[in-house]
Every structure is written in C-alpha cells, then in structure tokens.
Design a protein around this ligand. Structure first.
Ligand SMILES: Cc1ncc(COP(=O)(O)O)c(C=O)c1O
Ligand SMILES: C[C@@H](O)[C@H](N)C(=O)O
Length: 389
C-alpha cells in the first residue's frame, strides 16, 4: 500500500511541530503571492532578473563581488571547494563533523578528487588555529604528501557560533600559507545575529561562502555561493557541468528575496529564543547537552544520558512533535506550544533511560529513517502511531 503524503493528517505535514531540521520551513502565502510577479527569464543565459537580483543582493550583504544561485547547499559547497582546487594531489581540511565531509555523499572525493583531513577540535566545539596547524599538510615538496589547499569551516557548526577572533587568526595564517578559506554558511544568518557580526565581516574573512536560503531564511530551496567575480565565473562553469544550471528560477529567487527583504533577524531571533529556553530546561533537569545552544539547535547528549533516540522520536510523536534524534532544531515556524511539548517528550525519555539505559555503540546519525512518517516506499509507518513508550 502506498500512502500519499497528502493522506497524512495535517499535523504530520505542518512545520509548526517539526523539530527535525530548519530545512522544514515552508513557503508562506505572502511568499507565494510575491512570487507571482517573478521574472521568467532563462537564468542559464543570465536573463532572469529576479535570479540576478537575488545573487547581487546576497553577494552585497556578504561584501563579495558576485553570487551564484545553486539548487542546494550541497551543490554550492561542492562547487566552491572544487573551484579552489587545481591539480591533485591535495587535501581539504575540515571539522570531523562538517557537512561537506559527513553529509555530502563523498562529493569531495568524487568531484574534487580530494583527500579530507577531518579534525577533532581540541576544545570539543570548534577548530582553533593550533588544531589546524597540527593537522594540515604543508606544500613543502615532500613527495609523500598531499598539500592542504583549502580549509572548509562551518559557521554555525552544531549550532555553535565560530568566535570571530579565531576566524581572523585562521584567515591570517591561511594568507601566509597560500591556503583558501571556504565557509559552509548553511546557518551563517544565525551566526550573524547571535554574534552580532555583519555578514560583510564574514565576507572579508572567507574567500567563498555558501549562504543557504532553505534553512532558517525559509526559502523553499537553494543557496547563493558568493566570492570574487573570477571565482564565481569558474563556479558557474562547474555548476553547469554538474547539471546545476537552472532555467526559470525567478519564482524561487523571488520567494527567497521576500524573506531576505522582510525581518529575517526577528524570525531567527525567535528560533534562538526557543532553543535557549529548551537548553535552560535541559540544564535545570540535569539533561546533558553535546554543545552550547548558541543559536537554533539544541543537541542533547544522548550517549551521556544513555537515552535511546528511537524512544525520543516516539515520545515526540506521543506529543505530536517530530524529532529525528538528539538534535532539536528550531525555526521561525515552530510554535511555542511545540516547545512545551518537546520538553515533556525529552524529560520522559530521560526518566525512561534511568530504568532502561541505552548504550548507543553505533554512529551518531542525524538522519534517522524511523523518524519519518512514511518509509522509503511511501508506506506510512503504522507502528509510530502505536508507540509503546
Ligand atoms: C551545515 C549544512 N551544510 C550544508 C547543507 C546542505 O544543504 P542542502 O540540504 O540544501 O543540500 C546542510 C543541510 O541542509 C547543512 O546542515
Ligand atoms: C543533515 C543535513 O543534511 C541537513 N542539512 C539538516 O541539517 O537537517
């Protein structure tokens, strides 16, 4: 039996109770209405006005010469890193939790033919210059080596805001050593308001930034990759090679522009407030967190708490809240009611773990197919409705 998503009850398809990711933000009627006046040129020929407007708007916000609208953050990251690289052998250095390394299907190996140096930060939260210096591979002519040619940082990573001073230190060292610096800015908007740093200041530090539109900004899709003009022209070439050329993308660009041109800071600040509230609740109840809740994510330390992620997912559904595991992701469309309900689900799971400790010895995964309402065959997962916890 295949179950159309449309058959699922409304509460299953609303963003208001969806804490799995900020990618679940949905277009509002205002965005859709605004998009009705979108341009309809062929963007591959550079003839779509609203796509060009979006690219210029985001590039200007970041203080960069040019921007390129990509269908996804994955594509914009992969294109950027590929275009910073020229002749293998080389390596890309990043945090061991970086999306470009863990969630982009080995694109760095396939598209860029790059080796990756994944670094565990010595402070547990973000790589320092000292971490980088002790892991990078110098371009010193040693025929055993694959020199590090680009460093990819994520801001925020795990919801953690990268300290500006550290970014500036890393940038200075990269300039001295001829290493490019890319930012996976899927949540750079969140970092900007949490750290009160203008996007333009991040633009001065990074050679390229992949600025996602489909997360907290709330656009239906995509990212804008920003950098200098020559670099973005090269990225446009590789984007086309990867099948990423978009024709009439004005409608999508217009929806993104609507949210960028309205009060995105207030919307993100709301999500950060909810996350901070949940983090304080966890602290007050002795529930450990993996990392500081600087922005819109709360990462519960399931391993430390011996909490079973499947129990948490099903407790969530008991209170009509969607979770994927220990990461609780807030966005501007999440309701205050959902915040109160997820507290109940987390507390009950924490208490359940005291009697039924769960020793998770496998990998910690963000994506958990059990947490969706329909399986890969499109069949509703009935047992979720008959949870036993
Ligand atoms: C940190 C980070 N970078 C990049 C991406 C990729 O974005 P997309 O899903 O649009 O490919 C994501 C997830 O969406 C992400 O969480
Ligand atoms: C997991 C990752 O691919 C996705 N970007 C998310 O944050 O939900």
């Amino acid at each position: 039996m295949t179950t159309e998503v449309m058959d699922l009850p409304p509460e299953y398809v609303s963003p208001a109770n969806d804490l799995r990711s900020d990618t679940f933000t949905t277009p509002t009627p205002e965005m859709i209405k605004y998009a009705l006046s979108a341009s309809c040129g062929d963007a591959v020929y550079g003839e779509d006005i609203d796509t060009a407007r979006l690219e210029k708007t985001v590039a200007k916000l970041a203080g960069k010469e040019s921007g390129l609208f990509c269908v996804s953050g994955t594509l914009s990251n992969q294109i950027a890193l590929r275009c910073h690289l020229f002749q293998p052998p080389y390596t890309i250095l990043c945090d061991y939790r970086a999306h470009v390394y863990t969630h982009e299907a080995a694109g760095l190996a396939i598209l860029s033919q790059a080796m990756v140096v994944p670094v565990i930060p010595s402070n547990g939260n973000y790589m320092t210059l000292e971490d980088i210096k002790s892991h990078y591979i110098p371009d010193d002519g040693d025929i055993h080596g694959a020199p590090t040619k680009v460093i990819s940082l994520e801001n925020t990573l795990h919801g953690i805001v990268y300290p500006l001073k550290e970014l500036i230190r890393i940038k200075g060292w990269c300039l001295e050593n001829g290493i490019k610096l890319h930012c996976d800015g899927a949540r750079i908007w969140n970092a900007a308001i949490a750290a009160d740093v203008p996007l333009k200041q991040y633009g001065e530090i990074f050679d390229s930034i992949s600025i996602c539109l489909s997360k907290s900004i709330g656009a239906p899709m995509g990212s804008v990759l920003v950098g200098d003009l020559k670099f973005i022209k090269r990225c446009n070439h590789i984007r086309k090679q990867q099948g990423g050329g978009i024709r009439q993308s004005g409608i999508m660009a217009k929806m993104a522009l609507y949210n960028i041109n309205t009060d995105w800071k207030a919307r993100l600040a709301y999500s950060h407030r909810l996350a901070a509230n949940l983090a304080a609740f966890c602290k007050a109840n002795g529930i450990p967190l993996e990392s500081p809740a600087d922005t819109n994510f709360v990462f519960i330390d399931l391993r430390k708490a011996m909490m079973d992620p499947d129990v948490l997912v099903k407790k969530g559904l008991k209170y009509n809240v969607k979770l994927m595991g220990g990461r609780v992701s807030f966005h501007y469309q999440v309701s205050e009611e959902t915040l109160e309900k997820v507290k109940l689900a987390i507390l009950e799971t924490f208490q359940y773990a005291k009697e039924h400790p769960f020793d998770q010895n496998g990998p910690t995964q963000i994506y958990r197919s059990e947490s969706t309402e329909i399986d890969i065959h499109g069949n509703a997962i009935q047992e979720i409705k008959t949870y036993k916890y």
